[in-house]
Design a protein around this ligand. Structure first.
Ligand SMILES: [Zn+2]
Ligand SMILES: [Zn+2]
Length: 587
């Protein structure tokens, strides 16, 4: 027992302490796995423990069983110390009781569970200040964690579930201990810290497993509501993501064996996100720090050859974070943090790499937006050339970093380089996407675009003249393309230029299908739908659709263009603000 309290002056506490020391020794004697019924000593150790526990005069766990005094506990150092010792011995005895031959002890230990939870809640109140023993700054967290661990590790899951429903405090505290472990552990005491971190993560994993394997609606309500109550809001969760991840990185850097829980760490965070997102209608920005910490931690995991799972779970968490908002900002941060290098380090994904595939989808969809593609261009000025191969276009192909590189170098880079987004309003690239909307005037060059991203003009005076008509359709109050900020004007112009280039490149291929469609159904609105979202590898594809005209809003031309986009969580189908005359597609 590493803990030596100062001499207890209170006679009762001193006696209790002596009894607990005896129990501690007996517990280690009883914790021998081997000979089950032959070893006399072991049997007698178990018998002695039960004798002591049954003897009311022995005072074993008397303080633990007593009710916590109201208030002023922080000043009663002796009581706090003896409780911490009690929790330690409780954990030792409970662990001994998990051996099949010590079953008898298990029943006795269970009677102490509610007391452990009650004292745990006093020492470590959920959403409150930690109470510490004097001169002993961190240890009581370890004691509480170990005591909980010995309860949660019981093989009797059904009983544990009933117990948790009767004592929801235990659930709340588990989450609380997990949420704040970077605050409770001293980084300098690596062994102690990693033991505590190990403990809190294991506690959460056990709860999570109960939920996954046995969950009924009431379980779900208990666990998920408590979890959400503990976390509070998304901002706290994002803060937790970066704080915990950076803490674990420090532990791992100091001692590679310190943390064996990387993949659990990432999955638990993803789990929390899953619980919190539906309950939070307001979505704050995902902080850059959180994204950077995940990417660098995942790289570290690959470097120290942590189980491959860890980096995959990290990518899963990144995908969830990117989809937590309706903007590509988190994705751009991930690119800035070097997530593409991480994909390269991971190499060829195996068939179970769902997390990698989903992340690559998110990344490739995002690359059609200037914020992400510019970040990519900045971070990776020379992406290695990848030779296109028919295998990459096959339906069952699992994408990897090479597919991203191929999409980038063969399709996207020329556009990104041609599109000088900083001076987008001055470059010629988008001016030819459409004509000035004002019907009178010379209109030889376009210099203006309405903030709604759908109306283009050759001059300010044209824009003014056309305003009485355009105001009926203008959606500038909801941001460009009425997307509520998901798409910036920059994105909108870039996508227009991209679509324009794509169509002029494939004009002849499209012409056959469009001509056939126009011949057979002259009254329909033909639309070219370019997929910049689902199926963009190895290069984006398009389909040609026919709508009955009244279902669509009017466009300027007979052939309209739509794009499927991927912006964070949203996957809008966006009509583009230009069209083509049928003659354009005549061969
Ligand atoms: Zn004009
Ligand atoms: Zn407008």
């Amino acid at each position: 027992m590493p803990f030596e309290p100062e001499t207890f002056t209170d006679a009762c506490i001193a006696r209790e302490y002596r009894t607990l020391r005896i129990l501690d020794e007996l517990a280690s004697e009883a914790s021998v796995e081997q000979p089950v019924y032959t070893d006399i000593d072991q049997q007698s150790a178990l018998a002695k423990i039960i004798d002591i526990l049954d003897d009311n005069g022995s005072l074993a766990f008397a303080s633990l069983i007593s009710d916590p005094p109201p208030g002023a506990l922080a000043y009663d150092g002796h009581l706090v110390s003896i409780i911490i010792v009690s929790l330690d011995i409780f954990a030792a005895l409970s662990n001994a009781a998990h051996f099949p031959h010590n079953r008898r002890l298990d029943m006795t230990m269970r009677t102490l569970w509610p007391h452990v939870v009650r004292w745990g809640a006093v020492l470590h109140p959920a959403r409150g200040r930690l109470i510490r023993a004097p001169g002993d700054t961190r240890r009581n967290v370890t004691a509480v964690v170990q005591a909980y661990l010995s309860i949660f590790k019981t093989p009797d899951i059904a009983y544990l579930r009933c117990f948790l429903h009767g004592n929801p405090d235990a659930v709340a505290q588990t989450f609380e201990l997990w949420l704040r472990f970077p605050y409770h552990c001293l980084k300098s005491a690596i062994q102690e810290a990693s033991r505590t971190v190990d403990g809190v993560i294991t506690l959460f994993v056990i709860l999570d497993n109960i939920l996954l394997n046995y969950a009924t609606t009431t379980d779900r309500a208990l666990f998920e509501d408590e979890l959400f109550l503990t976390i509070g809001d998304l901002r706290t969760l994002y803060h937790t993501v970066s704080r915990q991840t950076r803490f674990l990185v420090e532990l791992t850097v100091k001692s590679a064996t310190a943390c064996g829980h990387w993949s659990e760490h990432f999955s638990l965070l993803a789990r929390c996100l899953c619980v919190c997102l539906p309950r939070c209608p307001r979505r704050p920005r995902v902080p850059k720090k959180a994204i950077f910490s995940i990417v660098s931690a995942a790289k570290l995991c690959v470097k120290i050859q942590a189980p491959r799972d860890a980096a995959l779970r990290a990518l899963g968490l990144l995908t969830s974070l990117c989809r937590a908002v309706t903007s590509n900002r988190p994705l751009a941060h991930a690119v800035d943090a070097g997530v593409f290098d991480l994909l390269r380090d991971l190499g060829r994904p195996s068939s179970d790499s769902h997390d990698v595939t989903e992340f690559i989808r998110q990344l490739c969809g995002g690359l059609f937006h200037p914020r992400v593609s510019r970040a990519f261009n900045r971070r990776h000025p020379d992406v290695p050339r990848v030779a296109p191969s028919p295998a990459r276009a096959e339906p069952g192909h699992i994408p990897d970093w090479q597919d991203v590189a191929l999409l980038w170098s063969s399709f996207l880079r020329p556009y990104v380089e041609a599109y000088d987004a900083r001076s987008a309003k001055l470059t010629t690239s988008w001016r030819f996407t459409t004509a000035c909307l004002n019907p009178c005037g010379p209109h030889n060059r376009l210099v203006r675009v309405c903030p709604c991203g759908t109306a283009f003009y050759c001059s300010g005076s044209c824009q003014k003249m056309h305003w009485p008509i355009h105001r009926e359709f203008c959606c500038a109050d909801q941001g460009p393309w009425g997307s509520n900020g998901a798409i910036t004007l920059d994105d909108a112009m870039f996508i227009c230029v991209l679509a324009r280039g794509y169509i002029s490149f494939l004009r002849r291929t499209m012409a056959v299908e469009i001509a056939a469609m126009a011949r057979s159904r002259p009254d329909v609105q033909i639309s070219i739908r370019i997929d910049l979202c689902y199926d963009v590898l190895p290069v984006p594809r398009h389909t040609i659709h026919a709508y009955s005209e009244d279902a669509m809003r009017p466009v300027h031309g007979k052939v309209m263009v739509e794009a499927l986009l991927r912006v964070g969580a949203a996957r809008p189908r966006q009509p583009l603000p230009f069209g083509y005359a049928l003659e354009y597609f005549e061969l």
